[in-house]
Design a binder for this molecule. Structure first.
Ligand SMILES: Cc1ncc(COP(=O)(O)O)c(C=O)c1O
Length: 398
Protein backbone atom coordinates (compact mmCIF):
# COMPACT_ATOMS: atom_id res chain seq x y z
CA UNK A 1 0.00 0.00 0.00
CA UNK A 2 2.93 2.34 0.71
CA UNK A 3 6.46 2.45 -0.64
CA UNK A 4 8.49 5.05 1.14
CA UNK A 5 12.14 5.89 0.85
CA UNK A 6 14.60 8.31 2.34
CA UNK A 7 16.12 10.80 -0.08
CA UNK A 8 19.77 9.93 -0.63
CA UNK A 9 20.30 13.08 -2.69
CA UNK A 10 19.38 15.66 -0.04
CA UNK A 11 21.89 18.51 0.00
CA UNK A 12 19.73 21.44 1.14
CA UNK A 13 20.52 23.54 -1.94
CA UNK A 14 17.93 26.30 -2.38
CA UNK A 15 16.73 27.65 -5.73
CA UNK A 16 16.93 31.25 -6.96
CA UNK A 17 13.64 30.74 -8.82
CA UNK A 18 11.60 30.31 -5.67
CA UNK A 19 12.06 32.79 -2.88
CA UNK A 20 10.12 35.14 -0.68
CA UNK A 21 10.55 38.17 -2.94
CA UNK A 22 9.02 36.47 -5.95
CA UNK A 23 6.34 35.02 -3.67
CA UNK A 24 5.45 38.57 -2.65
CA UNK A 25 5.04 39.57 -6.30
CA UNK A 26 2.77 36.60 -6.92
CA UNK A 27 0.74 37.24 -3.80
CA UNK A 28 0.33 40.92 -4.66
CA UNK A 29 -0.93 39.92 -8.10
CA UNK A 30 -3.44 37.48 -6.63
CA UNK A 31 -4.50 39.90 -3.89
CA UNK A 32 -5.72 42.37 -6.50
CA UNK A 33 -8.11 39.84 -8.06
CA UNK A 34 -11.74 40.38 -7.05
CA UNK A 35 -12.78 37.73 -4.55
CA UNK A 36 -9.25 37.04 -3.30
CA UNK A 37 -8.96 35.86 0.29
CA UNK A 38 -6.40 33.54 1.86
CA UNK A 39 -7.84 30.05 2.11
CA UNK A 40 -8.20 28.75 5.68
CA UNK A 41 -5.39 26.96 7.49
CA UNK A 42 -7.25 24.61 9.80
CA UNK A 43 -5.76 23.10 12.93
CA UNK A 44 -7.10 19.66 13.89
CA UNK A 45 -6.17 19.33 17.59
CA UNK A 46 -8.19 16.18 18.31
CA UNK A 47 -6.68 14.35 15.38
CA UNK A 48 -3.22 15.52 16.39
CA UNK A 49 -3.79 14.03 19.83
CA UNK A 50 -5.04 10.80 18.29
CA UNK A 51 -2.00 10.51 16.01
CA UNK A 52 0.43 11.57 18.72
CA UNK A 53 1.82 14.68 17.06
CA UNK A 54 1.79 18.25 18.37
CA UNK A 55 -0.36 19.76 15.63
CA UNK A 56 -1.88 19.01 12.25
CA UNK A 57 -2.49 22.04 10.06
CA UNK A 58 -4.48 21.64 6.86
CA UNK A 59 -4.58 24.31 4.19
CA UNK A 60 -8.05 23.99 2.68
CA UNK A 61 -7.82 24.96 -0.98
CA UNK A 62 -11.43 24.09 -1.72
CA UNK A 63 -12.10 27.76 -1.01
CA UNK A 64 -9.76 29.17 -3.68
CA UNK A 65 -11.68 31.70 -5.79
CA UNK A 66 -14.72 29.44 -5.66
CA UNK A 67 -12.92 26.96 -7.94
CA UNK A 68 -12.49 24.10 -5.45
CA UNK A 69 -8.71 23.77 -6.03
CA UNK A 70 -5.45 25.70 -5.64
CA UNK A 71 -4.38 25.36 -9.27
CA UNK A 72 -5.71 28.70 -10.50
CA UNK A 73 -2.90 30.40 -8.56
CA UNK A 74 -0.39 29.16 -11.13
CA UNK A 75 -2.40 29.63 -14.32
CA UNK A 76 -3.57 33.13 -13.41
CA UNK A 77 -0.10 34.33 -12.47
CA UNK A 78 1.36 32.93 -15.71
CA UNK A 79 -1.37 34.61 -17.77
CA UNK A 80 -0.65 37.85 -15.95
CA UNK A 81 3.07 37.54 -16.67
CA UNK A 82 2.48 36.69 -20.36
CA UNK A 83 0.18 39.69 -20.80
CA UNK A 84 2.60 41.95 -18.92
CA UNK A 85 5.40 40.88 -21.28
CA UNK A 86 3.18 41.32 -24.30
CA UNK A 87 2.31 44.87 -23.20
CA UNK A 88 5.86 45.59 -22.01
CA UNK A 89 4.71 46.50 -18.51
CA UNK A 90 5.53 45.17 -15.07
CA UNK A 91 3.28 42.46 -13.63
CA UNK A 92 2.24 44.95 -10.93
CA UNK A 93 0.59 47.06 -13.66
CA UNK A 94 -1.73 44.24 -14.78
CA UNK A 95 -5.33 44.75 -13.77
CA UNK A 96 -7.50 41.78 -14.69
CA UNK A 97 -10.56 43.82 -15.42
CA UNK A 98 -8.92 46.33 -17.76
CA UNK A 99 -6.10 44.40 -19.41
CA UNK A 100 -8.20 43.27 -22.40
CA UNK A 101 -8.89 46.90 -23.39
CA UNK A 102 -5.13 47.33 -23.94
CA UNK A 103 -4.97 44.54 -26.55
CA UNK A 104 -6.09 44.77 -30.19
CA UNK A 105 -7.76 41.38 -29.89
CA UNK A 106 -8.00 38.66 -27.26
CA UNK A 107 -5.16 36.14 -27.09
CA UNK A 108 -5.91 32.42 -27.17
CA UNK A 109 -4.44 30.42 -24.28
CA UNK A 110 -4.34 26.67 -24.44
CA UNK A 111 -3.36 23.89 -22.08
CA UNK A 112 -3.68 20.20 -21.24
CA UNK A 113 -5.12 19.28 -17.88
CA UNK A 114 -6.36 16.55 -15.60
CA UNK A 115 -9.01 19.09 -14.56
CA UNK A 116 -7.92 21.66 -12.04
CA UNK A 117 -5.21 23.44 -14.01
CA UNK A 118 -7.49 23.78 -17.04
CA UNK A 119 -10.23 25.11 -14.79
CA UNK A 120 -7.79 27.72 -13.50
CA UNK A 121 -6.63 28.72 -16.98
CA UNK A 122 -10.23 28.92 -18.26
CA UNK A 123 -11.23 31.07 -15.29
CA UNK A 124 -8.20 33.37 -15.53
CA UNK A 125 -8.69 33.79 -19.30
CA UNK A 126 -12.32 34.68 -18.75
CA UNK A 127 -11.47 37.13 -15.96
CA UNK A 128 -8.92 38.83 -18.23
CA UNK A 129 -11.20 38.87 -21.29
CA UNK A 130 -9.09 36.30 -23.18
CA UNK A 131 -9.91 32.95 -24.82
CA UNK A 132 -9.03 29.44 -23.62
CA UNK A 133 -8.90 26.05 -25.33
CA UNK A 134 -8.41 23.16 -22.89
CA UNK A 135 -7.44 19.55 -23.70
CA UNK A 136 -8.08 16.66 -21.33
CA UNK A 137 -6.74 13.08 -21.38
CA UNK A 138 -8.94 10.08 -22.12
CA UNK A 139 -11.18 9.10 -19.25
CA UNK A 140 -11.57 12.71 -18.11
CA UNK A 141 -14.39 13.11 -15.62
CA UNK A 142 -17.48 14.73 -17.15
CA UNK A 143 -17.75 16.99 -14.08
CA UNK A 144 -14.40 18.53 -15.06
CA UNK A 145 -15.33 18.96 -18.71
CA UNK A 146 -18.60 20.64 -17.72
CA UNK A 147 -16.88 22.95 -15.25
CA UNK A 148 -14.33 24.11 -17.82
CA UNK A 149 -16.99 24.69 -20.48
CA UNK A 150 -19.11 26.62 -17.99
CA UNK A 151 -16.19 29.03 -17.66
CA UNK A 152 -16.50 29.85 -21.36
CA UNK A 153 -13.56 27.76 -22.61
CA UNK A 154 -13.54 25.18 -25.35
CA UNK A 155 -12.81 21.76 -23.81
CA UNK A 156 -11.73 18.75 -25.86
CA UNK A 157 -11.10 15.23 -24.49
CA UNK A 158 -8.32 13.37 -26.34
CA UNK A 159 -7.88 9.60 -26.58
CA UNK A 160 -4.38 9.55 -25.06
CA UNK A 161 -2.94 9.84 -21.52
CA UNK A 162 -2.00 13.04 -19.70
CA UNK A 163 1.58 13.39 -20.93
CA UNK A 164 0.61 12.73 -24.55
CA UNK A 165 -2.23 15.23 -24.22
CA UNK A 166 0.36 17.82 -23.13
CA UNK A 167 2.34 17.13 -26.31
CA UNK A 168 -0.82 17.40 -28.37
CA UNK A 169 -1.74 20.77 -26.80
CA UNK A 170 1.79 22.02 -27.42
CA UNK A 171 1.67 21.04 -31.12
CA UNK A 172 -1.77 22.59 -31.53
CA UNK A 173 -0.56 25.82 -29.95
CA UNK A 174 2.38 25.96 -32.39
CA UNK A 175 0.17 25.29 -35.39
CA UNK A 176 -2.39 27.96 -34.45
CA UNK A 177 -0.17 30.62 -32.94
CA UNK A 178 -1.80 30.16 -29.52
CA UNK A 179 -0.03 30.61 -26.21
CA UNK A 180 0.56 27.35 -24.33
CA UNK A 181 0.10 27.71 -20.56
CA UNK A 182 1.37 24.36 -19.38
CA UNK A 183 2.03 23.46 -15.76
CA UNK A 184 5.01 21.35 -16.65
CA UNK A 185 8.25 22.10 -18.45
CA UNK A 186 10.61 20.54 -20.99
CA UNK A 187 13.74 21.56 -22.83
CA UNK A 188 13.05 24.95 -24.38
CA UNK A 189 9.73 25.44 -22.56
CA UNK A 190 10.59 26.63 -19.09
CA UNK A 191 9.54 30.25 -18.62
CA UNK A 192 5.78 29.79 -18.37
CA UNK A 193 5.99 26.69 -16.14
CA UNK A 194 8.36 28.62 -13.87
CA UNK A 195 5.80 31.42 -13.53
CA UNK A 196 3.11 28.81 -12.81
CA UNK A 197 5.14 27.28 -9.98
CA UNK A 198 5.93 30.76 -8.70
CA UNK A 199 2.19 31.46 -8.62
CA UNK A 200 1.73 28.51 -6.26
CA UNK A 201 3.98 30.24 -3.74
CA UNK A 202 1.02 32.44 -2.78
CA UNK A 203 -0.51 29.37 -1.13
CA UNK A 204 2.70 28.65 0.80
CA UNK A 205 3.12 32.29 1.78
CA UNK A 206 -0.40 32.44 3.19
CA UNK A 207 0.06 29.12 4.99
CA UNK A 208 3.28 30.16 6.68
CA UNK A 209 1.85 33.49 7.75
CA UNK A 210 -1.22 31.73 9.15
CA UNK A 211 0.85 29.07 10.94
CA UNK A 212 3.14 31.69 12.47
CA UNK A 213 0.09 33.38 14.00
CA UNK A 214 -1.08 30.11 15.63
CA UNK A 215 0.11 28.93 19.04
CA UNK A 216 2.14 25.96 17.75
CA UNK A 217 3.99 28.06 15.16
CA UNK A 218 5.59 27.15 11.85
CA UNK A 219 5.69 23.53 10.63
CA UNK A 220 8.38 21.01 11.47
CA UNK A 221 7.02 18.68 8.77
CA UNK A 222 5.50 19.53 5.41
CA UNK A 223 3.74 16.96 3.26
CA UNK A 224 3.38 17.76 -0.43
CA UNK A 225 1.73 15.71 -3.15
CA UNK A 226 3.12 15.62 -6.66
CA UNK A 227 1.83 15.16 -10.13
CA UNK A 228 4.69 16.63 -12.17
CA UNK A 229 6.00 18.30 -9.01
CA UNK A 230 5.35 21.91 -10.06
CA UNK A 231 3.34 22.68 -6.95
CA UNK A 232 5.58 20.74 -4.56
CA UNK A 233 8.66 22.43 -6.04
CA UNK A 234 7.25 25.96 -5.79
CA UNK A 235 6.03 25.45 -2.23
CA UNK A 236 9.16 23.65 -1.06
CA UNK A 237 11.43 26.22 -2.73
CA UNK A 238 9.60 29.01 -0.94
CA UNK A 239 9.63 27.26 2.43
CA UNK A 240 13.35 26.50 2.15
CA UNK A 241 14.07 30.15 1.43
CA UNK A 242 11.88 31.32 4.29
CA UNK A 243 12.59 28.72 6.98
CA UNK A 244 15.93 27.26 5.92
CA UNK A 245 15.97 23.79 4.34
CA UNK A 246 17.39 22.07 7.42
CA UNK A 247 14.72 23.40 9.75
CA UNK A 248 11.84 21.19 8.65
CA UNK A 249 11.26 17.81 7.03
CA UNK A 250 9.48 17.30 3.74
CA UNK A 251 7.60 14.26 2.48
CA UNK A 252 6.63 14.10 -1.20
CA UNK A 253 3.81 11.70 -2.03
CA UNK A 254 2.34 10.30 -5.23
CA UNK A 255 -0.05 7.63 -6.49
CA UNK A 256 1.75 4.35 -7.18
CA UNK A 257 0.38 4.35 -10.74
CA UNK A 258 2.21 7.59 -11.57
CA UNK A 259 5.10 7.73 -9.11
CA UNK A 260 7.65 9.45 -11.35
CA UNK A 261 9.07 11.61 -8.55
CA UNK A 262 9.45 8.60 -6.27
CA UNK A 263 11.21 6.70 -9.06
CA UNK A 264 13.45 9.66 -9.86
CA UNK A 265 14.30 10.11 -6.19
CA UNK A 266 15.11 6.42 -5.75
CA UNK A 267 17.01 6.08 -9.06
CA UNK A 268 20.74 5.41 -9.13
CA UNK A 269 21.83 9.01 -9.76
CA UNK A 270 18.73 11.01 -8.94
CA UNK A 271 17.94 11.50 -12.62
CA UNK A 272 14.45 12.18 -13.90
CA UNK A 273 12.70 8.84 -14.37
CA UNK A 274 9.36 8.68 -16.17
CA UNK A 275 6.35 6.39 -15.87
CA UNK A 276 4.24 5.66 -18.95
CA UNK A 277 0.99 3.85 -19.64
CA UNK A 278 -2.52 4.71 -18.53
CA UNK A 279 -1.45 6.22 -15.17
CA UNK A 280 -4.69 5.02 -13.72
CA UNK A 281 -5.46 6.51 -10.33
CA UNK A 282 -8.39 8.17 -8.61
CA UNK A 283 -5.89 10.98 -7.91
CA UNK A 284 -6.35 12.52 -11.35
CA UNK A 285 -4.36 15.67 -10.53
CA UNK A 286 -1.39 13.51 -9.54
CA UNK A 287 -1.64 11.08 -12.47
CA UNK A 288 1.35 12.50 -14.36
CA UNK A 289 4.26 10.33 -15.44
CA UNK A 290 6.93 12.88 -16.33
CA UNK A 291 8.50 15.12 -13.67
CA UNK A 292 8.75 18.84 -14.30
CA UNK A 293 12.49 19.52 -14.93
CA UNK A 294 12.23 23.07 -13.53
CA UNK A 295 11.10 21.88 -10.12
CA UNK A 296 12.69 18.42 -9.95
CA UNK A 297 16.06 19.79 -8.73
CA UNK A 298 14.43 21.36 -5.67
CA UNK A 299 12.59 18.17 -4.82
CA UNK A 300 15.79 16.17 -5.28
CA UNK A 301 17.92 18.58 -3.24
CA UNK A 302 15.56 19.45 -0.40
CA UNK A 303 12.98 16.69 0.25
CA UNK A 304 13.51 14.11 2.97
CA UNK A 305 11.19 11.28 1.96
CA UNK A 306 9.55 10.09 -1.24
CA UNK A 307 6.36 8.05 -0.94
CA UNK A 308 4.37 6.09 -3.52
CA UNK A 309 0.94 5.02 -2.31
CA UNK A 310 -2.12 3.15 -3.49
CA UNK A 311 -5.44 4.82 -4.14
CA UNK A 312 -6.97 3.67 -0.88
CA UNK A 313 -4.47 5.80 1.05
CA UNK A 314 -6.00 8.92 -0.42
CA UNK A 315 -9.53 7.52 0.02
CA UNK A 316 -8.69 7.07 3.71
CA UNK A 317 -7.51 10.66 3.89
CA UNK A 318 -10.76 11.87 2.33
CA UNK A 319 -12.79 9.98 4.93
CA UNK A 320 -10.69 11.23 7.85
CA UNK A 321 -10.90 14.87 6.76
CA UNK A 322 -14.60 14.67 5.98
CA UNK A 323 -15.49 12.91 9.26
CA UNK A 324 -13.46 14.58 11.98
CA UNK A 325 -13.19 13.70 15.65
CA UNK A 326 -15.48 15.72 17.91
CA UNK A 327 -14.67 19.45 17.96
CA UNK A 328 -12.31 19.25 14.96
CA UNK A 329 -13.39 20.95 11.73
CA UNK A 330 -14.66 18.92 8.78
CA UNK A 331 -12.72 19.44 5.55
CA UNK A 332 -14.02 18.32 2.17
CA UNK A 333 -10.93 17.03 0.44
CA UNK A 334 -10.82 15.40 -2.98
CA UNK A 335 -8.69 12.53 -4.26
CA UNK A 336 -5.55 14.55 -5.05
CA UNK A 337 -6.03 16.70 -1.96
CA UNK A 338 -6.26 13.99 0.69
CA UNK A 339 -3.30 11.73 -0.10
CA UNK A 340 -1.15 13.17 2.67
CA UNK A 341 -3.82 12.93 5.33
CA UNK A 342 -4.13 9.25 4.48
CA UNK A 343 -0.37 8.84 4.48
CA UNK A 344 0.07 10.61 7.80
CA UNK A 345 -2.62 8.43 9.33
CA UNK A 346 -0.91 5.25 8.13
CA UNK A 347 2.54 6.46 9.19
CA UNK A 348 1.19 7.16 12.64
CA UNK A 349 -0.86 4.03 13.10
CA UNK A 350 0.36 1.19 10.90
CA UNK A 351 3.00 -1.44 10.45
CA UNK A 352 6.33 -1.32 12.20
CA UNK A 353 8.21 -0.83 8.97
CA UNK A 354 6.51 2.40 7.96
CA UNK A 355 6.56 3.52 11.55
CA UNK A 356 10.34 3.31 11.61
CA UNK A 357 10.45 5.58 8.58
CA UNK A 358 8.30 8.04 10.51
CA UNK A 359 10.85 7.89 13.30
CA UNK A 360 13.68 8.52 10.85
CA UNK A 361 12.20 11.93 10.01
CA UNK A 362 11.47 12.69 13.66
CA UNK A 363 7.71 12.48 13.34
CA UNK A 364 6.73 12.53 17.00
CA UNK A 365 4.88 14.41 19.76
CA UNK A 366 6.79 17.61 18.95
CA UNK A 367 5.88 17.61 15.26
CA UNK A 368 3.78 20.33 13.66
CA UNK A 369 2.63 18.75 10.40
CA UNK A 370 1.42 20.91 7.54
CA UNK A 371 -0.73 19.36 4.83
CA UNK A 372 -2.14 20.95 1.70
CA UNK A 373 -5.62 19.77 0.83
CA UNK A 374 -5.22 21.03 -2.70
CA UNK A 375 -8.75 20.31 -3.89
CA UNK A 376 -12.27 19.84 -2.59
CA UNK A 377 -14.79 17.42 -4.07
CA UNK A 378 -14.00 18.24 -7.69
CA UNK A 379 -15.60 14.92 -8.64
CA UNK A 380 -18.70 14.99 -6.39
CA UNK A 381 -20.08 11.64 -7.50
CA UNK A 382 -16.87 9.78 -6.66
CA UNK A 383 -16.48 11.78 -3.46
CA UNK A 384 -19.78 10.32 -2.26
CA UNK A 385 -18.80 6.83 -3.40
CA UNK A 386 -15.61 7.02 -1.36
CA UNK A 387 -16.75 8.92 1.71
CA UNK A 388 -20.36 7.74 2.02
CA UNK A 389 -20.24 4.30 0.43
CA UNK A 390 -16.76 3.22 1.55
CA UNK A 391 -15.20 2.68 -1.89
CA UNK A 392 -11.46 1.84 -1.60
CA UNK A 393 -11.44 0.80 2.05
CA UNK A 394 -8.07 0.98 3.76
CA UNK A 395 -7.59 -2.79 3.97
CA UNK A 396 -9.47 -3.58 0.77
CA UNK A 397 -8.02 -3.88 -2.75
CA UNK A 398 -6.11 -0.79 -3.79
C1 LIG B 1 -5.64 18.98 -6.66
C2 LIG B 1 -4.25 18.85 -7.14
N1 LIG B 1 -3.29 18.66 -6.24
C3 LIG B 1 -2.01 18.53 -6.62
C4 LIG B 1 -1.64 18.58 -7.94
C5 LIG B 1 -0.20 18.35 -8.31
O1 LIG B 1 0.40 19.41 -8.93
P1 LIG B 1 1.71 19.19 -9.82
O2 LIG B 1 1.29 18.57 -11.11
O3 LIG B 1 2.25 20.54 -9.95
O4 LIG B 1 2.61 18.28 -9.08
C6 LIG B 1 -2.62 18.79 -8.90
C7 LIG B 1 -2.27 18.87 -10.31
O5 LIG B 1 -3.09 19.05 -11.18
C8 LIG B 1 -3.96 18.93 -8.50
O6 LIG B 1 -4.94 19.12 -9.38
Amino acid sequence: MINISENRFYNGKTSPLFNKDIAQQARQFHSKIAGYAPTPLISLPQLAKQLDVKAILVKDESHRFGLNAFKVLGGSYALGRVLANHLSVDISAIDLKTVSSKLDKPMVFTTATAGNHGTGVAWAAREMGQKAVVYMPKGAAQANVDRIKALGAECIVTDVNYDDTVRFASRTADENGWMLIQDTAWDGYEQIPTWISQGYMTMADEALEQAAAMPQGVPTHVMLQAGVGAMAGGVLGYLCDKLGPDNFKTIISEPAAADCIYRSGTSKNGDITCVSGDLNSIMGGLACGEPNPVTWPILRDCSDLFASVSDNVSATGMRILGNPLKDDTAIISGESGAINMGLLYLLATQAAEIHSIATSVDLNQDSVVMIFSTEGNTNPERYRKIVWEGMLAVDGPA
